[in-house]
Design a protein around this ligand. Structure first.
Ligand code: GLV
Ligand code: MN
Ligand code: MN
Length: 412
């Protein structure tokens, strides 16, 4: 089998998709079900159809592009990722797994490979949590990790429900139809940029992911008392933003004190009400994103944060509400898929290293219904979720080649 990746056309496709953005280049922003996202989806479907793949979309907008195998009723081999992008993002997060997956399939077609199990490319809806506050919507529903009822309760910042938004985008079937069950895929492999610096620092071109860290997210709402910035004296204040500041620092301390480098906690959103220069903040809402490779340790850190929350509320005479958005368990990748990736690297004499994924991915949820592993390619300084995110065409093509080899071995 003489597998060859068309690096130039893969690079050109990544550039073409990057141009379908809500922001000016080099910034990429593509929020789920926005007109830009719908345009990007149509563009992707056209590329898949050009590759003679049979395309279907489910009720949440996950796209499946299938190359039918000689045993079409056997469980399929899946690959793919996402094309939505957070505000002020770059070109590669998710996109490399979708377009690299498509090019891997085309390279297998070109060299005359004939799959026994069907090979299916997936584009997952809303891996990013930007619009509905929770990530991996498509894969959560596919894997049954989120119930349709829970999904129907989601609303965006404009108070538009997921139901309303998806229907407007043309996805009208019941969400109950999305779940796939555990016999649908024989295996699932996701190609992705590392989003960390290790491969680049160690000059190793490929990372084989053996476990995916567990994310949880929470919303805190702090209620104090507002008032005139000149007239209310310091001893009388119940400033919600001062309480929030203490809570943010307590979160940082708790994550640092966990004793493990794998514990990370981030407050990425802080909304202050009323947000006037001469008014004491009366209300603040915060988001917390906390992750670990060890579920028990993450829970212990969370208990420490909650103890600090209560102490701050008492000391500052404010109330601090806490709402759980999601708390997911970490995932171990499947040894047989890890092994298939390792053999594909060895066959092409590429060095690789085993690693943990600290970002979450749709693979975390696909692992609930299928044997899963991931393949990472290096990215410049580990930058991701920013416009200067960069992965070289050579590194991406190498990843697509190993992916193609792995899909071939899993689908034979
Ligand atoms: C995914 O984008 C993540 O935040 O890990
Ligand atoms: Mn991302
Ligand atoms: Mn991603």
């Amino acid at each position: 089998m003489n597998l060859e990746i068309d690096q130039d056309s893969l690079t050109a496709e990544i550039e073409e998709l990057a141009a379908i953005s809500e922001a000016d280049p080099p910034v990429v922003t593509r929020i789920v079900f926005s007109p830009t996202d719908l345009k990007a989806r149509a563009w992707l479907i056209a590329r898949c159809e050009k590759a003679r793949l049979a395309v279907r979309q489910d009720a949440i907008g996950n796209i499946f592009a299938r190359w039918e195998g000689s045993e079409p009723n056997a469980p399929a081999v899946g690959t793919g990722s996402h094309i939505d992008a957070i505000p002020n993002a770059g070109k590669y997060d998710g996109v490399v797994g979708v377009l690299g997956g498509l090019e891997a399939i085309r390279s297998l077609q070109r060299c005359g490979f004939r799959p026994k199990q069907s090979i299916e490319l997936l584009m997952f809806t809303s891996e990013e949590p930007t619009r509905f506050g929770i990530g991996c919507l498509g894969s959560r529903l596919l894997s049954g990790t989120m119930t349709p009822d829970a999904a129907r309760k989601l609303v965006d910042k404009e108070d538009a429900s997921l139901e309303e938004v998806r229907r407007k985008a043309g996805f009208v079937e019941p969400l109950e139809d999305v779940e796939l069950g555990s016999v649908y895929y024989k295996a699932f492999v996701e190609l992705h940029i590392e989003q960390g610096p290790l491969l680049e620092q160690r000059k190793i071109p490929l990372g084989i992911v053996t476990s995916i860290a567990a994310p949880a997210s929470f919303r805190f709402s702090i209620e104090g008392a507002g008032g005139h910035a000149g007239a209310v004296l310091m001893p009388e204040r119940r400033d919600a933003l001062c309480a929030a500041s203490e809570l943010i620092l307590a979160i940082e301390d708790a994550a640092k004190a966990s004793g493990a480098i794998d514990t990370v906690a981030t407050v990425g959103i802080c909304n202050v009400f009323p947000g006037a220069v001469n008014s004491i903040p009366s209300r603040v809402s915060l988001t917390l994103d906390i992750r670990d490779t060890d579920l028990a340790r993450r829970d212990t850190v969370m208990r420490a944060i909650e103890a600090a929350r209560d102490a701050i509320a008492t000391k500052r005479y404010v109330s601090i509400g806490e709402e759980l958005v999601n708390a997911d368990a970490p995932s171990q990748c499947a040894p047989e898929v890890v092994e298939a990736l390792g053999q594909a690297c060895a066959k092409h004499h590429f060095a690789s290293m085993k690693m943990v994924s600290r970002a979450y991915h749709d693979s975390l949820f696909m692992s609930r219904i299928a044997p899963v592993a991931m393949l990472f390619v290096p990215c410049f300084k580990g930058y991701s979720h920013r416009p200067d995110e960069f992965a070289s065409p050579e590194d991406i093509a190498r990843g697509a080649l190993v992916l193609a080899e792995t899909l071939a071995s899993l689908a034979s």
